[in-house]
Design a binder for this molecule. Structure first.
Ligand code: IPE
Ligand code: IPE
Ligand code: MG
Length: 243
C-alpha cells in the first residue's frame, strides 16, 4: 500500500476520530477501559506513520465535550491514561521530531493533565517535522462558540465592526488558527457521523470510514485511507471540467 501513495499530493493535515475502543474491549470480554489502554499502540503507529510520510499536521479526537457524560469511572480512567501516556510518549515525540499541541477546553481537564500537557508542549515546541494536535474536551460547537465570544468582545469594545466580520476573521479566532483545514478525515469503527468534531474546518474534508476498531488500526490502514483520498476529485463546488 505504501508504494501506491503519491508523496507529491499527500494531505497536509489528517484528522482522526479514534472510535471503537469500547467495542474492541467487549469483543475480548473485557471492560471498556481495557480498550482505551490498548488504543495507545494505534496512536503511536499512526503518528509515526504520518510523520514518516511527511504529513504536516495530525489531529486526534481523543475526548469530546460530550464524553464528560460517560460514567465517572470511565472518565477518570481516561484522564489517568492521558496523563501517563503524554508523559511516556514525550520520547517518541522527540525521536520523531514531532511538536505537540492541544485544542479544546483544556482548563476543564484535571490539573495533573494540564500540567503534563503543558510540559510536553514546552519540551516539543521546537520540533519541526510534524505537529500532533490532541483534541481534548473538544467539540466543534464549543470551538465556534468560543470564537464568537471573542469576536463579540471585540465588537463591544469597538475594535471590530460587525459588518467587517469575514470567514477569515472567524477562522483566526478558532482554536485551529494557523493550522490548515484537514483534507482527510479518518473515522474508525464504521460510524458514519461527525460527532461534533471540527465542524467549521471540515467544510470540504474528504471522509474515509473504516470498520476497523481503533485499537486494531495500524499504519497499513492509514496508507489505505491516503490512497483512497488520492483517487478522489475535489471539486469545491466547481464542475469536473474546471478542475
Ligand atoms: C473512542 O472509543 C474513545 C473515546 C471516545 C474516548 P469509544 O470509547 O467511543 O468506543 P465505542 O464507540 O464505545 O466502541
Ligand atoms: C467521538 O466518539 C469522540 C471521540 C472519538 C473522542 P464517540 O464514541 O464519543 O461518538 P458517538 O457518541 O458515537 O457519536
Ligand atoms: Mg464511540
Amino acid at each position: 500500500m505504501k508504494n501506491k501513495i503519491k508523496l507529491d499530493s499527500l494531505p497536509k493535515h489528517i484528522a482522526v476520530i479514534m472510535d471503537g475502543n469500547g467495542r474492541w474491549a467487549k469483543s475480548q470480554g473485557a471492560a471498556r477501559v481495557f480498550g482505551h489502554k490498548n488504543a495507545i499502540k494505534a496512536v503511536r503507529d499512526t503518528t509515526e506513520g504520518c510523520a514518516e510520510l511527511g504529513v504536516e499536521y495530525l489531529t486526534l479526537y481523543a475526548f469530546s465535550t460530550e464524553n464528560w457524560k460517560r460514567p465517572k469511572l470511565e472518565v477518570n480512567a481516561l484522564m489517568q491514561l492521558l496523563v501517563a501516556t503524554i508523559n511516556k510518549e514525550i520520547k517518541t515525540l522527540m525521536d520523531n521530531d514531532i511538536k505537540l499541541t492541544a485544542i479544546g477546553d483544556i482548563e476543564s481537564l484535571p490539573k495533573s493533565c494540564q500540567r503534563e500537557l503543558a510540559q510536553a508542549m514546552e519540551t516539543t515546541s521546537k520540533n519541526k517535522r510534524m505537529t500532533l494536535v490532541l483534541a481534548l474536551s473538544y467539540s466543534g460547537k464549543w470551538d465556534i462558540t468560543n470564537a464568537m465570544k471573542q469576536i463579540g468582545l471585540k465588537c463591544e469594545s469597538g475594535a471590530l465592526k460587525a459588518e467587517n466580520i469575514t470567514s477569515e476573521i472567524i477562522e483566526n479566532h478558532l482554536s485551529t488558527s494557523g493550522i490548515p483545514d484537514p483534507e482527510l478525515l479518518i473515522r474508525t469503527s464504521g460510524e458514519q457521523r461527525i460527532s461534533n468534531f471540527l465542524l467549521w474546518q471540515m467544510a470540504y474534508t474528504e471522509f474515509f470510514i473504516t470498520d476497523t476498531l481503533w485499537p486494531d488500526f495500524r499504519r497499513e490502514h492509514l496508507y489505505e485511507a491516503i490512497v483512497s483520498y488520492q483517487t478522489r476529485e475535489r471539486r469545491f463546488g466547481k464542475t469536473s471540467e474546471q478542475i
